[in-house]
Design a protein around this ligand. Structure first.
Ligand code: GLA
Length: 384
């Protein structure tokens, strides 16, 4: 366990014992993720290349026999929530809907459930696009299953978590975030085929560094832009007569009659799928120059065709790209409209690139950006 994991485990356990007056039966850890490339491709049945990271959400849990679920969220000033398993309705507090939604989705999946006391704590920066919500869903799901001694396939757990987010929270997200939080593998990014859900290991060489920089611009996914992009992609696929944009190519796109916005959205997804496959090859060859080019193309496509970047993010990516030079690259990562950028670079360049970001970028409130250096970590686990 890393020192950060140990500290987080102590925090979640202490929140549990203080609030519920006993030790938890188990503690579950589910990681956040960074997506190296393949943005807004997952819900188009396409390819993504994420890895699980160190920052995570932990849930401490014990069973109750009265069919109630009581929750304390250590990170939201000790806010609490309580609901009955046989009457799960939407909550007024945003964070509580991820918990209620996950329990509801487990129930709808027909899995055995028992009442529970839950404490939640995490060390993922919120609104950074590093999947704090997916990690919460996966951790809650795994904890609830552990209480009834139920084990299910991790991909199924991820699908149930995705259903929680789509059906209960209301974001029509793809499977990437929940799947990598459930299935992450230390030392590896995973190439995910979001149609077959086939996972291919993509080892990240030790001499390559993954740097994550939070722009400080935060924005949730529920505010409509995300769902709008998904509708536009579906409309493009329909107009081209394919089941999903995964099945389209540039020739089909060029031949199709589409309005300029829909065409641009589809061009992003078609290009991004190919870039993701190409980046997987470049990663396995340790080819930083090609990876950097692909990341730059991905960012330009998100900015110009998919229109999901914001000026602060474009500026941060420019600072990173200039500092890194041709051996590696940077792009926005995650759903967009703010959040974090990811850079891949030679490990020996980290010091210099960090200094360039400290020097050349400030968040909107004038403070230095949060910088994380990550190695791919494991997926969800039961710690005790
Ligand atoms: C969010 C969603 C994912 C994915 C990304 C964009 O993180 O939850 O399913 O669509 O945005 O790649």
């Amino acid at each position: 366990m890393t020192p950060a994991d140990t500290a987080l485990r102590q925090r979640v356990t202490s929140a549990f014992t203080t609030h519920f007056g006993e030790q938890p039966l188990c503690v579950v850890r589910a990681p956040g993720r960074v997506n190296l490339i393949g943005e807004h491709t997952d819900y188009n049945d396409g390819f993504v290349l994420p890895c699980a990271i160190g920052p995570a959400t932990m849930v401490a849990a014990s069973a109750r026999s009265d069919g109630k679920v009581n929750v304390i969220a250590a990170d939201f000033d000790g806010a609490t929530d309580s609901f009955a398993l046989d009457d799960i309705t939407p909550a007024t507090q945003g964070w509580a809907n991820y918990v209620r939604g996950m329990v509801d989705a487990l129930k709808k999946a027909g899995l055995p459930l028992i009442g529970a006391d839950l404490a939640i704590a995490g060390n993922l920066p919120k609104g950074a696009g590093l999947s704090s919500s997916a990690s919460l869903e996966v951790a809650v799901g795994q904890a609830m299953l552990a209480l009834t001694d139920t084990s299910i396939d991790r991909t199924r757990l991820a699908q149930i978590a995705q259903a929680a987010e789509c059906d209960f929270v209301g974001t029509q997200c793809g499977i990437m975030d929940q799947l990598i939080s459930a299935q992450g593998k230390a030392g590896n990014a995973l190439l995910i085929d979001c149609r077959s859900l086939n996972l291919t290991d993509a080892p990240v060489p030790d001499d390559m560094a993954i740097m994550i920089v939070h722009s400080g611009v935060t924005r949730g996914l529920v505010d409509g832009h995300y769902n709008e992009r998904r509708r536009q992609c579906e409309a493009a696929a329909k107009a081209m007569g394919v089941a999903a944009l995964r099945d389209a190519d540039m020739d089909l796109l060029n031949a199709a009659t589409l309005d300029p916005t829909t065409r641009a959205r589809a061009r992003h997804v078609i290009g991004e799928n190919q870039r993701t496959l190409d980046a997987t090859v470049a990663l396995s060859n340790g080819d930083l120059a090609t990876l950097g080019d692909l990341m730059a193309q991905s960012h330009a496509s998100m900015r110009d065709d998919f229109e999901i970047t914001v000026p602060a993010i474009d500026q941060l990516v420019a600072v990173l790209q200039t500092a890194i030079g041709p051996q590696g690259g940077a792009r926005m990562t995650g759903g967009g409209f703010g959040g974090a950028c990811v850079a891949i670079l030679a490990a020996e360049q980290v010091h210099h690139v960090r200094a360039a970001v400290e020097q050349g970028y400030r968040t909107p409130d004038g403070s230095p950006a949060l910088i994380l250096i990550e190695r791919p970590g494991p997926g969800v686990s039961i710690l005790s």
